[in-house]
Design a binder for this molecule. Structure first.
Ligand SMILES: [Zn+2]
Length: 102
């Protein structure tokens, strides 16, 4: 993923609309590219600030810092990977079970 592609994904990322593959590429790039990370933080703050102002101030309690949002996404991705491995392990155990049965 290059900088242009990553910058197109800022808004979908903020809205949690990236699929796993996009999210993985996005996070990887943000971690390595200082420019995009800075851009993302500015973008994020701007968009969240605008939404905060549009919303009723009394219910605008769920403000997440841009770095925190990245951390959540990383955790989410990590959990997805573990789930994938769990599924594979279960499948493997099932296969071995079937082989031993016959
Ligand atoms: Zn970049």
């Amino acid at each position: 993923m290059d900088c242009k592609e990553v910058q197109k994904l800022f808004i979908p990322f903020i809205d949690d609309q990236l699929d796993l593959k996009e999210l993985e590429g996005f996070l990887q790039h943000i971690e390595e590219c200082k420019e995009c990370r800075e851009e993302y933080e500015v973008y994020y703050t701007l968009i969240m600030g605008m939404r905060y102002l549009e919303e009723d101030a009394s219910k605008g309690g769920n403000w997440t810092a841009p770095a925190e949002k990245l951390q959540y996404a990383e955790d989410y991705l990590f959990k997805c990977h573990i789930l994938k491995w769990e599924k594979l392990t279960i499948l493997l155990i099932l296969c071995i079970g079937i082989i031993f049965l016959f």
